[in-house]
Design a protein around this ligand. Structure first.
Ligand code: ATP
Length: 422
C-alpha cells in the first residue's frame, strides 16, 4: 500500500515533500502529509491543497527551512504566529501549509476550541472524520509510512463518512455540514451511527450556539461544491437549514428552483460570476426583503453581497412580471450582474423567454451612450434631472437601433430636446 500511494504523488510534489521531510529530520522531528491531500490520494482525486503536520513548532521550523532552502530556491515563508503555523509559498504561488500538532478542548459546545501544542495522536483525535485522519510520513527514514489510527483507509474503501467520537458534533456543529459535503462530493454514505449523532445534535439544537458567521462559512463551501443541490437537499433532510433560517422554504418548489439554477449554470458554461451567490439566491428565493435581510445579518454577510441578495435580487424578481408579458426593461438590466440575469433565467419557465432575456442583457450591456454631461453643456442644456432623462432616451433609441453614432445622438438631442427650450 505504501508504495502504491507514493506512486500517485506527482513527481514535483514528491520532490518538495522529500525536501521538507529532510529539513524536518534535521530539525529533530518527524513530518507528515495530512488531511484532504492524503484522503484524495487514496481516492485518486487531484488535490494540491497540501497540509504538513509536525510535532514541533511549525513557525520555528518554517523559519529554519527558510534560511536553509528558501533563498536558494526562491521559496517564501509566511509564519502565522497566532496559530503557530506557516505557509511555504513557491514562485508559481503554489502553497504548502505547515502546522504543529495540536490538542483542542471545547469549554462550551459549538464555541471555538482552546488550542495548544500537542502530540501527533492528539492532533488526529481533534479531526472531523476518519477519512481525514490518515497521515503519510515524509521524513527520509520513514518516507511513505502510513499512520491510520482510525482505519480511515478502510472507510475510504467502504465509501463511508464516520465521525471519530460521539460528541464530535456537539463540540463543533460545523462538522455536520462538512460531513454532508464530503458524503455528497465523493458519493459516500454517512455511517448509520454518525447519522444518528447528527440527528441527536440537531435535536439538541447545537446550531443555536454556533455563530451565523461560522455556519455560513461552511454553507458557502457547500454552495461552492461542483454539485451543491444534493448536499443542500441533505441539509433540509436533517432539518438544519430550517432551524437556522426558518424563512428558507424547503418545499418541492424550492428544490425544483435549485435544479433550474443548476441547468442555467450548465447552459451558461462561463465562470465569470459567483456561482455560490447564485445558488444562495436560489436558497432564499422565497424570502421577502425583511427575511432576506435577517438571514444576511445572521450570517454576517458583507454589505455589497447584502445589496445583491436583498435589494438587487428583489428588483430582478419584480422585473420578471414584465418579462413574462414580453416587456423588457433594458436600462434596468444593463446594470445587473451576471448572477442576477442567470437567477432571472432560472425563474422563467419558457425557454424562449430565457433566451430573450439573455439576448436582451447582452444587448443592454453593449449599448453605451456616447454623449456625456460636458457634451450636453456644450450643446446648451442646463444641468439638472434633464441630463439623465436625455441619456435614458438616447439609450432607448440605441436599443431600438434608431440611432448609433455620436452624430446620431447629437441630432436626436437637437430634435427632441433642444427645440423644447432647454
Ligand atoms: P477540502 O477538500 O474540502 O478542502 P479538507 O479535508 O482538505 O477538504 P480543510 O478544511 O482544508 O479540508 O481541512 C484540512 C483538515 O483539517 C481536514 O482534513 C480535517 O482533518 C481537519 N479539519 C478541518 N476542519 C475541521 C473541523 N471543523 N473539525 C475537525 N477537523 C477539521
Amino acid at each position: 500500500m505504501k508504495n502504491n500511494i507514493i506512486k500517485k504523488i506527482p513527481q514535483n510534489i514528491l520532490n518538495l515533500l522529500k525536501e521538507i521531510g529532510k529539513a524536518a529530520e534535521d530539525f529533530g522531528c518527524q513530518a507528515y502529509a495530512a488531511g484532504g491531500f492524503v484522503r484524495d490520494l487514496f481516492l485518486d482525486t487531484e488535490n494540491l491543497d497540501i497540509d504538513i503536520l509536525i510535532e514541533k513548532n511549525a513557525a520555528q521550523f518554517a523559519k529554519k527551512l527558510a534560511k536553509k532552502l528558501a533563498k536558494k530556491k526562491g521559496w517564501k515563508v509566511k509564519t502565522h504566529k497566532k496559530f503557530g503555523t506557516a505557509s511555504l509559498i513557491f514562485s508559481d504561488n503554489f502553497k504548502i501549509d505547515i502546522t504543529s500538532a495540536r490538542s483542542e478542548s471545547y469549554k462550551t459546545p459549538a464555541a471555538l476550541p482552546e488550542v495548544k501544542a500537542g502530540l501527533l495522536s492528539e492532533d488526529i483525535m481533534r479531526r472531523d472524520f476518519t477519512i481525514n485522519t490518515i497521515l503519510i510520513n515524509i521524513t527520509p527514514k520513514n518516507f511513505g509510512e502510513i499512520t491510520d489510527i482510525f482505519s480511515g483507509v478502510k472507510d475510504i474503501k467502504n465509501r463511508t463518512v464516520k465521525a471519530l467520537h460521539d460528541i464530535s458534533f456537539i463540540d463543533d456543529p460545523t462538522r455536520i455540514l462538512r460531513g454532508i459535503k464530503f458524503a455528497t462530493r465523493f458519493n459516500f454514505t454517512i455511517d448509520p451511527h454518525t447519522q444518528d449523532l447528527i440527528k441527536e445534535a440537531v435535536n439538541k439544537n447545537v446550531f443555536a450556539s454556533l455563530s451565523g458567521k461560522r455556519f455560513f462559512t461552511e454553507l458557502k463551501y457547500i454552495l461552492k461544491e461542483k454539485e451543491p443541490v444534493l448536499p443542500l437537499t441533505k441539509l433540509f433532510k436533517y432539518n438544519i437549514i430550517q432551524t437556522i433560517a426558518s424563512d428558507i422554504a424547503s418545499d418541492k418548489n424550492a428544490f425544483f428552483f435549485l435544479k433550474q439554477i443548476k441547468e442555467v449554470i450548465l447552459w451558461y458554461k462561463k465562470d465569470d460570476y459567483l456561482k455560490w451567490a447564485l445558488y444562495f439566491m436560489g436558497l432564499i428565493n422565497n424570502c421577502d426583503k425583511k427575511a432576506s435581510q435577517d438571514i444576511c445579518r445572521h450570517f454576517e454577510i458583507p454589505h455589497n453581497e447584502r445589496i445583491l441578495f436583498c435589494d438587487m435580487r428583489l428588483e430582478a424578481k419584480s422585473l420578471l412580471k414584465n418579462i413574462e408579458k414580453n416587456k423588457m426593461e433594458y436600462k434596468k438590466i444593463s446594470v445587473f450582474k451576471t448572477e442576477l440575469i442567470l437567477y432571472m433565467m432560472a425563474s422563467l419557465k419558457s425557454p424562449l423567454k430565457k433566451e430573450k432575456l439573455f439576448k436582451a442583457y447582452k444587448k443592454a450591456k453593449n449599448t453605451k451612450v456616447i454623449i456625456n454631461g460636458n457634451h450636453l453643456i456644450k450643446l446648451g442644456v442646463k444641468p439638472g434631472p434633464i441630463f439623465s432623462e436625455i441619456t435614458n432616451k438616447l439609450f432607448e433609441a440605441k436599443i431600438k437601433e434608431e440611432i448609433s453614432t455620436k452624430e446620431d445622438e447629437i441630432d436626436y438631442i437637437k430634435k427632441y430636446f433642444l427645440h423644447n427650450g432647454h
